[in-house]
Design a binder for this molecule. Structure first.
Ligand code: GLC
Length: 548
């Protein structure tokens, strides 16, 4: 299925020869590295910067434009590093700041940009600000968080009944230095992640300085965690259907991102990318106005069912919303928070939401893999930037068989669903765990069946997921049509999505239960599964060169 003209060495030449017009972040392929699980360089079972540096060639061969690095800062790891104790250093489990700097320059030398993850909604309870705030109720650091007296005669009821983002309660009571019960503090996630008070100028100044710290080290972009949660209604109202939410998407947040945009604009070619979970597309698009963020993750697409009408409607909705503000769309199939899409697409219910826990329901991995292959050609040929979560290029599925006593995700205790199943260390080589990931037992167990999904096993196998991704990303770079800013729907049989990019390129995705003829074309560039006597089988996508 991989055209001979795209042999491995040629792909590198293509990469140098073709550069897309316009800023890189508008149509980049961005690969998410989850550092704990990418590769372990020091043999402790936990991935680290050394491991990433020694496997950079995998990303160069894949042809990605940028790496988004999930948090690597010092952290007690109450939420796998999303509880940051110091944004200006690296956790010893991952390495050192100078190793991080070396990685940034090595990635740049390989033509790969670097995006770091900043978590502005909360800090770790081990951050020096919070430690000072807890130690002394009169400390000025107290104002940097949300400390409030409790309700009820003795103050022993939480200030609100807000439910946390992982489920569970959102306030924890403190103990004053004299040993008596004190105020409560707010945490939308775990108690180890106290929320910051974004009304305070010190908080704003601190994060602008953190952005500069990383931009000064050559980082090309910032992924903004929980970007819509920063402000809270300080009257602490109850969450009531039909009224503005007390902590989702308050208007004040936009002022922060305007200030961040001024910081990023003071450096060349930097990008701000928001994690904005928002059902209302108009509210979502507000974050992408020309003086705010450059891009935001498309969770609408990620959660969309494997269904032709719903998928088409999602694509239209996405493109319309982005067009209105002049921002590029993003296409995301998986990340470190959601069930891997090989598993999702192999279920009867193919949508994803945290509320609807499908863990343990039957999965047809063959069907899921077939659809994931087609989805790769879809997400890599729609106009905008495409995100690849580490391991999706290997066709990894969710590990739903992790023993409960090995689970680490704090969401599990609150929601009964763990995100650990998508965070399992990558299989690189060999026939059995740890598959070249480490010399020690990996921090989460890898399925033995991954022996066919290692980088080594898939390299050079034209029918593998890895070679499909390599070919697709190389073609994406080389095909002029895939640099056109728009797409046009083409007529298609029921259940078939077909669209053109420019005059010479089309993608056709058959989501119907029967094989369909391909539209008129000059040649077939790539297919996600073999054609059936020239027809496109179910759950298969094809990239076509059109006659012009
Ligand atoms: C984001 C992260 C997630 C984390 C949460 C709290 O949703 O992607 O992993 O648990 O924020 O920081």
């Amino acid at each position: 299925m991989r055209p001979d003209s795209l042999a491995q060495t040629d792909r590198k030449q293509v990469k140098v020869a073709i550069s897309a017009p316009g800023p890189w972040w508008r149509d980049a392929v961005i690969y998410q590295v989850y550092p704990r699980s990418f590769a372990d360089g020091d043999g402790d079972g936990i991935g680290d910067i050394d491991g990433i540096r020694s496997h950079l060639s995998h990303l160069a061969d894949l042809g990605v434009d940028a790496i988004w690095m999930s948090p690597w800062y010092p952290s007690p790891m109450a939420d796998a590093g999303y509880d940051v104790a110091d944004f200006r250093d690296i956790d010893p489990a991952f390495g050192t700041l100078s190793e991080a700097e070396a990685l940034i320059s090595e990635a740049h030398a390989a033509g790969i940009r670097m995006i770091v993850d900043i978590v502005p909604n909360h800090l770790s309870s081990e951050h020096v600000w919070f430690k000072k705030a807890l130690a002394d109720p009169a400390a000025p650091e107290r104002e940097l968080f949300w400390f409030r007296p409790g309700r009820g005669e003795h103050g022993d009821e939480m200030p609100t009944d807000w439910v946390g983002e992982f489920g569970g309660t959102t306030w924890t009571r403190t103990t004053d230095p004299d040993g008596t019960p004190g105020d409560w503090y707010l945490h939308l996630f775990t108690p180890e992640q106290p929320d910051l008070n974004w009304e305070h100028p010190t908080v704003r100044a601190e994060f602008e300085d953190i952005l500069r710290f990383w931009f000064d080290r050559g980082v090309d972009g910032i992924r903004i965690d929980s970007a819509a949660l920063l402000f809270k209604d300080r009257t602490l109202p109850a969450v009531v259907e039909g009224r503005p939410h007390p902590f989702h998407d308050l208007d004040e947040v936009h002022d922060v991102y305007r200030a961040w945009r001024r910081v990023s604009d003071s450096y060349p070619d930097r990008a701000l990318i928001g994690e904005v979970w928002m059902p209302e597309v108009e509210r979502f698009a507000n974050y992408l106005r020309p003086d705010e963020l450059h891009a935001a993750f498309n969770f609408d697409f990620l959660g969309c069912a494997w269904d032709p009408e719903l998928m088409r409607a999602c694509i239209d909705r996405t493109l319309d919303a982005h067009r209105a503000v002049g921002a590029p769309a993003t296409w995301v199939l998986s990340n470190h928070d959601v069930t891997r899409h090989v598993t999702r697409y192999g279920r009867t219910t193919t949508t994803f939401s945290f509320e609807n826990n499908l863990d343990g329901t039957p999965v047809d991995l063959e069907l899921g893999t077939r659809r994931a292959r087609a989805a790769a050609l879809l997400s890599l040929s729609l106009p905008g930037a495409t995100y690849v979560y580490q391991g999706e290029e290997l066709g990894l599925w969710e590990n739903e068989n992790i023993p409960v006593d090995r689970l680490q995700d704090p969401m599990y205790a609150r929601r009964g669903h763990s995100r650990d199943g998508c965070r399992v260390p990558l299989p690189w080589s060999g026939d059995e765990p740890p598959f070249g990931f480490s010399t020690a037992e990996p921090w989460l167990p890898q399925p033995a069946e991954w022996k066919d999904r290692t980088v080594q096993a898939q390299t050079g196998d034209p029918s593998s997921m890895l070679e499909l991704y390599r070919s697709a990303i190389a073609l994406r770079r080389a095909e002029g049509g895939l640099h056109e800013p728009h797409m046009t729907w083409l007529p298609g049989a029921p259940g078939v999505l077909a669209y053109a990019r420019g005059a010479a390129f089309a993608c056709v995705l058959n989501m119907s239960p029967a094989a369909v003829p391909l539209p008129a074309h000059r040649s077939v560039l790539l297919t996600s599964s073999p054609l059936d006597g020239g027809d496109l089988p179910p759950d298969t996508a094809a990239w076509l060169r059109l006659a012009t």
